[in-house]
Write a protein that binds this ligand. Structure first.
Ligand code: SF4
Length: 267
């Protein structure tokens, strides 16, 4: 029998003679992980912290953040590489929901990394919704978002050319988005802007969902910067382009980077 390889993540099974129904505990979120009830009850967590929501239509609201480990992309300007490349701590879903409940905020955001790599994410979202919370999930758009329960606000990135991950979006995700969801373009330069405008028009995104354009500072010599002055000047340029284009999209400045420029995690 030929070896069965997980079609989602690409992990081989522990034993090539095993059937496709075999569980594969080391798989970070693919076919084998989805069949493993243990992995559905735990998640690899980088950090759980309280802050103001810095992005999306919920920006400005106190919010609990659950940051998950692992990502399948490698964006040039990634500002959470400690999560994208980190292993995280295996944590029970009941323990996570307890931590969120203890703080008493009404909004909770599951982020990463890429949350949809982990099979327990949907279950966590379900339980948070059942607690009466406003639940958002931030995703890079390369995984099937239809696995998320109804009621979750999907904040989905579309990767522009400067990210070097352009083309990673699953176009099959677009019909699943509604007006309560957010589609986000992170824009570094005029090439990104033109590309984003074409994408928005081609798929008529403003008819489907809230569309957010957010400025980003490209890293220099591998170093990230959160300099608020540079961010404001990039935002001003982006605002001019948006106004000139006539497109009905929202400018979004990552609030947490303006408020806490010195913090590189936990804010
Ligand atoms: S998708 Fe997000 S977490 Fe993953 S590399 Fe890109 S910016 Fe970083």
């Amino acid at each position: 029998m030929s070896a069965v390889v997980c079609p989602i993540v690409g992990c081989p099974p522990a034993n090539s003679n095993q059937q496709q129904t075999t569980t594969f505990p080391a798989c970070p979120g693919g076919l084998y992980g989805q069949k493993n009830p243990v992995l559905q009850n735990t998640l690899k967590i980088i950090e759980i912290f309280r802050s103001l929501q810095g992005e999306s239509l919920l920006a400005g609201l106190p919010c609990m953040f659950i940051r998950l480990a692992g990502c399948n992309l490698d964006c040039r300007w990634c500002d959470t590489s400690y999560a994208a490349k980190g292993d995280g701590a295996e944590t029970g879903i009941s323990q996570i929901t307890r931590s969120v409940k203890d703080h008493g905020d009404s909004a909770v955001c599951i982020t990463g990394g890429e949350p949809l790599l982990q099979p327990g994410t949907s279950r966590l979202a379900e339980q948070l919704l059942a607690m009466g919370l406003t639940v958002s999930v931030e995703t890079n758009g390369s995984r099937d978002i239809s696995v998320l329960p109804r009621g979750v606000i999907r904040v989905m990135d579309i990767k522009c050319p400067s990210s070097r991950q352009c083309g990673s979006t699953l176009s099959s995700n677009l019909p699943h988005l509604g007006m309560k969801d957010n589609i986000k373009f992170v824009i570094a330069d005029s090439t990104d802007f033109s590309w984003a405008v074409n994408f928005v028009e081609k798929y008529e995104l403003t008819q489907k969902s809230a569309v957010l354009f957010s400025p980003v500072i490209l890293p220099e010599k591998g170093q990230q910067t959160r300099n608020p002055d540079i961010l404001i000047s990039k935002a001003r340029q982006l605002a001019e382009w948006i106004l000139d284009s006539g497109l009905q999209v929202r400018l979004q400045i990552q609030l947490h980077k303006m408020l806490w420029p010195e913090c590189h995690r936990g804010k």
